[in-house]
Design a binder for this molecule. Sequence first.
Ligand SMILES: [Zn+2]
Length: 298
Amino acid sequence: MASELCKTISVARLEKHKNLFLNYRNLHHFPLELLKDEGLQYLERLYMKRNSLTTLPENLAQKLPNLVELYLHSNNIVVVPEAIGSLVKLQCLDLSDNALEIVCPEIGRLRALRHLRLANNQLQFLPPDLGRSRELQYVYVDNNIHLKGLPSYLYNKVVGCSGCGAPIQVSEVKLLSFSSGQLTVFLPAEVKAIGTENDRVLPLQELAMRSLHHTYHTFLKDLNFLSPISLPRSLLELLHCPLGHCHRCSEPMFTIVYPKLFPLRETPMAGLHQGRTTVSFVAYCCSAQCLQTFDLLS
Ligand SMILES: [Zn+2]
């Protein structure tokens, strides 16, 4: 380890610094100096952006127990260890511009977390419990081009400034749309059908997908139980990544949604979009029953 780096960390340790700046240090590994002996028990903010880290140490929470903000923007982190869930004071975690494919569910255990930045990664899905905590209000997931859905708990939180997922290349003519009053909304390309209050019976494929998902997810806890030949590949992929979860009851949806449109000016988020009165929030429900009973303000 470069002696200059050792010196910076030793000074921070001796003088009980609360902030430590290790940006632009060309670090390929988490500095051992930060983890030796007691670690840095007083450190509250650690800045390590623009290095080449690929993972984080398992004993991070033990050695840096008072971290409030952790900045790891622009590294090559592929895996975040489950131990991250033990950083009980963490309020801000920035993992933007890394190589994350999976976010461990333990991130959902961080009860103090307010800001989670995951933009520009390779995420395919997020932990279903993410956003359950009241504290978590800002989750940035822009530019994760394989991300196909968001956990239902995020529906009334800020999830980035330019949405998420790949920009849709399909022309609007091919997209399903629905209207409510003056507003017309085009639905994402994955949505194959729209349900209304009169459609009380789901299409057969949707019913089959939901019961398969229920069986494998609830009882076996592992969709990988299904062999690749037990379903056509496209359906197997769909089963792994539902197009969304019902905003009312969290039921996964695969082909059909029952949309309900709320002009944004009538929602609690209105303050975040000042002046943009044409913007609206679309709630996606799984059935005619959830459509009837969903209310944004309840
Ligand atoms: Zn539902």
